[in-house]
Design a binder for this molecule. Structure first.
Ligand code: NDP
Ligand code: 8X3
Length: 254
């Protein structure tokens, strides 16, 4: 049976691009997110190209929902070799002294606890699959901190720590664990962070060419197709105009 790739947060941005880059006739995908219409549109697109897709509406913040999801996976999609833990978000960008605890909860519940819950739910399948692989979506925010990034940075530092410790824990089980840690990628990320303020979101990418979601998906493809004896631990990717969270060169406005 053809192997299955699971992608969380597949309704937009990097998760959607991963499905689009990894697809091929006969490939099987489990695509999850909260927005069902988006998932169905993507599934239709992939199925046109000959892939087989099972979509499932899932809020990764609920452990109960993640557990239920695992029980619902159809028999023909249970040969899961790859889990891409991509669902995540930033909410707000303000000093810790001005922070909103609901934003803090959303980020920690989604980026950290959500990743744990989806991993817990899918691990029993991965344990049975030769060459099983987990890819966690990290960030440059998991390598360094920047002003007002506090809780988002903490959540991505946690993803980095979890990736490294999962790699150790799952080594005896033959499950590879990797991460991708991007700088600025133009997706709905900033629109979500700034709660629908499109002007503020587009200013993030003003005067530079940001990474595209496909750039990250190509890195994921490299990671999961590396030879059996190779584990790619982490790939850090920046747009060419960025060298760290703070070091960004922008063209002046004309
Ligand atoms: P998008 O906002 O475009 O996509 C985020 C995805 O996560 C959506 O599919 C969204 O689906 C899903 N998601 C969010 N919350 C939940 C939830 N509670 N349950 C299930 N799914 C959820 O942003 P990106 O594609 O940029 O973000 C993807 C990942 O990449 C995130 O982990 C982000 O932190 C990381 N990243 C992004 C960078 C960037 O600059 N864009 C840089 C570095 C890392 P839905 O709303 O339908 O549930
Ligand atoms: C998203 C990239 O620089 O906004 O993880 O933290 S950044």
């Amino acid at each position: 049976m053809e192997e299955t790739i699971v992608i969380t947060g597949a309704s937009s941005g990097i998760g959607k691009a991963c499905a689009e880059v990894l697809t091929a006739p006969g490939k099987r995908f489990i695509l999850t997110a909260r927005r069902n219409e988006r998932l169905l549109e993507l599934a239709a697109e992939l199925e046109k190209g000959g892939a087989l897709v099972w979509t499932y509406v899932l809020d990764v913040r609920s452990r109960e929902a993640c557990q239920e999801w695992a029980t619902q996976i159809p028999e023909s999609f249970r040969n899961i070799r790859v889990l891409i833990n991509n669902a995540g978000l930033a909410a707000g960008l303000s000093g810790i002294q001005d922070g909103d605890f609901t934003d803090w909860d959303r980020m920690i519940d989604t980026n950290v606890k959500g990743l744990l819950y989806t991993t817990e739910a899918i691990l029993p399948f991965l344990k049975r699959a030769p060459g099983a692989h987990i890819v966690n979506m990290g960030s440059i925010a998991g390598k360094e901190v920047y002003a007002n990034g506090n809780v988002y940075c903490a959540s991505k530092h946690a993803v980095d720590a979890l990736t490294r410790s999962m790699r150790i824990d799952l080594l005896p089980l033959g499950i590879k664990v990797s991460s991708v840690s991007p700088g600025m990628v133009e997706t709905e990320f900033s629109l979500v962070r700034f709660k629908g303020d499109a002007e503020r979101a587009s200013a993030v990418y003003q005067g530079l060419e940001p990474l595209k979601p496909e750039d990250i998906a190509e890195a994921v493809k490299y990671i999961i197709t590396a030879p059996k004896h190779v584990t790619v631990a982490d790939i850090v990717l920046f747009p060419s105009a960025q060298a760290s969270s703070r070091d960004v060169v922008r063209k002046p406005l004309a």
